[in-house]
Design a protein around this ligand. Structure first.
Ligand code: A2P
Length: 270
């Protein structure tokens, strides 16, 4: 006699109003960082740069955390770039996911790092530290970004070089992509810096802006509210310090309902 089917006994109840998606691939970069891709629900729409609440069932209860969607709006799959916090309520579990596992996602995406929240400009700066690169991973792969801006500058600052790898992989992927590489052309400039070991570009992005080295290295004029737009994503301290420098240069903060010269993602949590 066959053993009774155990599916029901072990079935985890998925909460209402939530998508349950399947993990497709997982890539670990360092002991602190990893990326995963999962299936995208048929009806799920978002704007590149937005975030969603991602979760797992931990025991009987779902645990969620805000995650920027790292894939662009046109992608058939969803990608996320995550930190691993040893005691983190979600990431301590999420870092162990494998292809085939189920990840939860609340249905409504939101966020301020969207092109609609900026007034037209020539040059778009994306300032990121650590996993703050995630919303920009989405936006640099969206053709609309290059329709709206002549130059797109992605700055990514991490403690060490190993933590920059996701950014390098993204740029490599774009340069080798069947249609993106033509759309992007030479418009995308990647400016990776590290603060805790030797590398071509060293230092916090705030210091590099203050000294003017960022602009000299890129061969562009200093920040100008007439031409330049900004998006910021990183730790609370980084948001505050970068915002102060943009304001000092005369740029004003915008929002979805009031587009202006720069935007910040405050939902981001490290
Ligand atoms: P530092 O090494 O000088 O602290 P973390 O991994 O802690 O989130 O940091 C990611 C990167 O952000 C690090 O390179 C860190 O530099 C940098 N950073 C931390 N605080 C700020 C800040 N207030 N302004 C700019 N960069 C910052």
């Amino acid at each position: 006699m066959n053993a009774p089917a155990k599916t029901e006994e072990f079935a985890v109840k998925i909460p209402d109003g939530v998508y349950a998606e399947t993990v497709i691939s997982v890539e670990h970069y360092t002991d602190r960082l990893f990326r995963f891709r999962m299936t995208r629900p048929a009806g799920f729409r978002f704007r590149s740069g937005e975030f969603a609440m991602i979760g797992l069932m931990v025991g009987e209860k779902p645990v969620y955390r805000a995650y920027s969607i790292a894939s662009p709006a046109w992608d058939e799959e969803l990608e996320f770039f995550s930190i691993k916090v040893p005691d983190g309520p979600l990431t301590s579990h999420l870092q162990a996911i494998k292809p085939g596992d189920t990840v939860l996602m609340r249905k409504k995406p939101t966020g301020t790092l969207v092109l609609d929240a900026l007034t037209p400009g020539k040059r778009l700066y994306m300032f990121s530290t650590g996993t703050g690169i995630a919303p920009f991973a989405s936006l640099i792969r969206d053709p609309e970004t290059y329709e709206k801006f002549d130059e797109v500058i992605l700055t990514h600052t991490c403690r060490d070089v190993a933590e920059l790898k996701y950014g390098f992989d993204l740029v490599h992927e774009i340069n080798n992509h069947e249609f993106l590489h033509e759309i992007v052309g030479t418009k995308l400039k990647h400016y990776p810096t590290v603060t805790r070991e030797d590398f071509t570009y060293r230092g916090r992005i705030t210091d590099l802006m203050e000294s003017g080295k960022l602009f000299t290295d890129l061969g562009v004029p200093p920040l100008n509210p007439e031409t330049d737009r900004g998006m910021i994503c990183g730790s609370a301290a980084m948001l505050k310090d970068t915002k102060a420098l943009l304001e000092k240069a005369g740029l004003n903060e915008g929002a979805n309902n009031k587009p202006s010269e720069f935007v910040i993602e405050r939902a981001f949590v490290g």
